[in-house]
Write a protein that binds this ligand. Sequence first.
Ligand code: GSH
Length: 232
Amino acid sequence: MCKRSGRLFGAPYSISTSRVAVVLNEKNIEYALRIVDTSNRGLRILKNEHKDSRYIALNPFGKTPLFQDHEVTMYESRAIIRHIAQKHDEHGPHLYGTSEKERAMVDQWLEVESQNFNPAIAPAVYQLVFAAWFGKIGDMRIVNPSIERLEKVLDVYEGQLMRTKFLAGDSVSIADLSHLPFTYYLVEHAGRDDIFFKRPHVQNWWTSIFNRPSWTSHLLKAYPKIYFNSHA
Ligand SMILES: N[C@@H](CCC(=O)N[C@@H](CS)C(=O)NCC(=O)O)C(=O)O
């Protein structure tokens, strides 16, 4: 493996794997995607491959993604993107700030994504999008409080984005990119763009990160049919 390459274990449609893929694309790092299908539907290879002892030896929690480069074998998507952004800081955009102060703000907003945004949006996406993948009907009793919680988080984002172009300042960072996968499902698959678009600064922010080549090229790889249908 050369210094600017890596291996990513996961499924391209998975939230956490996509979070890492977009950062690898931003940094123009070549990576081999090793498909680990966690859906238990055996779509690609072995069912439940992430529970296989060979995989558990690399990630004892049996979750995807897992990332390897010539230095590390690691799991937890947000830790992985911090590692990639730091290690390849001089290639592509500075995704992890350029000073201690900027880095502190990136860390703050990455935590906000993980601790406030993610728990708010996830139940809605599971019910509105993923339930159908498993032949179930989404439960609106779970969706509604999830959306209410998300609206409150986005009110804070609107206030922040009135002051700065991106969450942690005027440059895009891993904190912004970390929002792409879940928001993509809610906006593009569940059609709930209203929640984002009724806040003009959140709308501009979302449009600018959604249209980054790092994300569109990931979508083309992960969901070619869906992407082409909705953007034909
Ligand atoms: N906090 C972890 C979450 C990892 C996670 O939940 N991965 C999901 C796929 S997006 C998974 O492996 N699910 C299968 C399972 O839990 O068995 C991260 O950010 O990497």
